[in-house]
Ligand binder design. Structure first.
Ligand code: SF4
Length: 365
């Protein structure tokens, strides 16, 4: 029995050592390694966190980047994503409103920056923006950048049509968020009104326009370990600069309202897997961290280098002051506007994408 336990421990130690070394060389985990990591037991979770933490510290030190959502339009979406409180037919009790004005968006962004946010994410529900919607957002970006020129503006408006990404970029947006959410195989279980391929197409449009691609996933929706590895591999192919990791908030009144499949330890293993897949990329803990990681949230900071501060789109997070205390108590520091988030080589890639090949001029990120 003791021998079996030691062998198991040695095997996990070897796996973690390999994953750390591969990540440092920029190599993704093999499928087998990824599945073994996800299947490792709760007893070993501190070893998993420590290994992922070594990679995190190498590329991001002890910095934590803060992001804040500005919900420009809420609810009333014609799409049917099963995890979303804003979906078609949702009976979830959320605020529903049409577009806020550019001034209100700028006030919200201003408050976010005053609380330490380096990036604001302008989000609107819907399948994708009309050209008039894009104009509303570009107007808001203009007011925000007038007031806070250094803040990173990310936009999340759903599926993009030709030229819309370029208009957002020209208005001053730095990034575009569109999550793949889950594996291609599991996608149809979550949504029938658009496809996984539609989502990939929008991430590629944003990237081609020179916007920094932000794309991540949501877990706790009934996906298998194999689906988790699939979406990590599929995201890696897209080359995002930031990867938000959401844990399902099971809203009553949505199809996934009763799904409570995650444990804090499983969330930590998923985050660690993404750190190994994306060693030098901003891995962000997004929705659901309070209800799924619960008191283990500080451990997650040893893996991810970025969090959303305060509230999510349609639910409240923990108060911003508690997040700042958690960061300080855990020995981390809030990343300042002047700090470069991404390590050198990846930062240079963002520069080339935004300004076109052949330039070495630093990007305004
Ligand atoms: S995730 Fe986006 S597209 Fe899907 S239902 Fe929610 S708001 Fe609509």
């Amino acid at each position: 029995m003791l021998r079996a336990m030691l062998t198991t421990t040695e095997t996990l130690d070897t796996l973690l050592t390999s994953l750390v070394e591969q990540s440092r060389r920029g190599e993704a985990p093999s499928r087998e390694q990824a599945l073994r990591l996800l299947a490792s037991g709760d007893d070993a979770v501190l070893d998993v966190v420590a290994a992922a933490g070594r990679v995190r510290r190498q590329f991001f030190g002890r910095r934590v980047k803060l992001n804040m959502l500005v919900n420009m339009k809420s609810g009333l979406c014609p799409e049917d994503c099963g995890y979303c409180s804003q979906r078609l037919g949702s009976a979830a009790e959320i605020l529903k409103y049409s577009w806020i004005t550019p001034e209100v968006a700028a006030e919200t962004a201003d408050r976010a920056v005053a609380r330490g946010a380096k990036r604001v994410c302008l989000v609107a529900s819907g399948r994708g923006p009309s050209d008039r919607d894009v104009e509303k957002v570009t107007d808001a970006i203009g007011v925000i950048k007038d007031q806070r020129p250094d803040v990173e503006v990310c936009v999340c408006l759903g599926l993009l049509k030709p030229d819309q990404a370029e208009r957002l970029r020209d208005a001053g947006a730095m990034a575009y968020n569109h999550n793949l959410n889950t594996s291609e195989d599991h996608y149809a279980d979550l949504c029938s009104t658009h496809t996984f391929a539609d989502r990939v197409d929008t991430v590629e449009r944003a990237k081609s326009a020179g916007l920094s691609p932000c794309s991540g996933a949501i877990f706790g929706t009934g996906e298998s370990d194999s689906d988790i590895v699939d979406v990590a591999e599929q995201l890696r192919e897209l080359g995002p600069d930031s990867v938000p990791i959401n844990f399902l908030i099971p809203f009553e009144g949505t199809p996934l309202g009763g799904e409570w499949q995650l444990t804090p330890q499983r969330c930590l293993r998923i985050l660690a897997l993404f750190r190994f897949f994306f060693p030098d990329v901003e891995v962000r803990i997004a929705g659901g961290r309070e209800i799924h990681l619960r008191t283990l949230q500080p451990l997650a900071l040893h893996i991810a280098n970025s969090i959303f501060l305060g509230d999510y789109l349609t639910s409240e997070g923990q108060p911003g002051g508690a997040d700042l205390e958690m960061i300080a108590d855990s020995g981390f520091v809030v990343e300042g506007m002047a700090d470069q988030t991404l390590p050198g080589a990846r930062h240079d890639l963002v520069t080339v994408r935004r300004r076109g090949p052949g330039t070495s001029e630093p990007a305004n990120v």
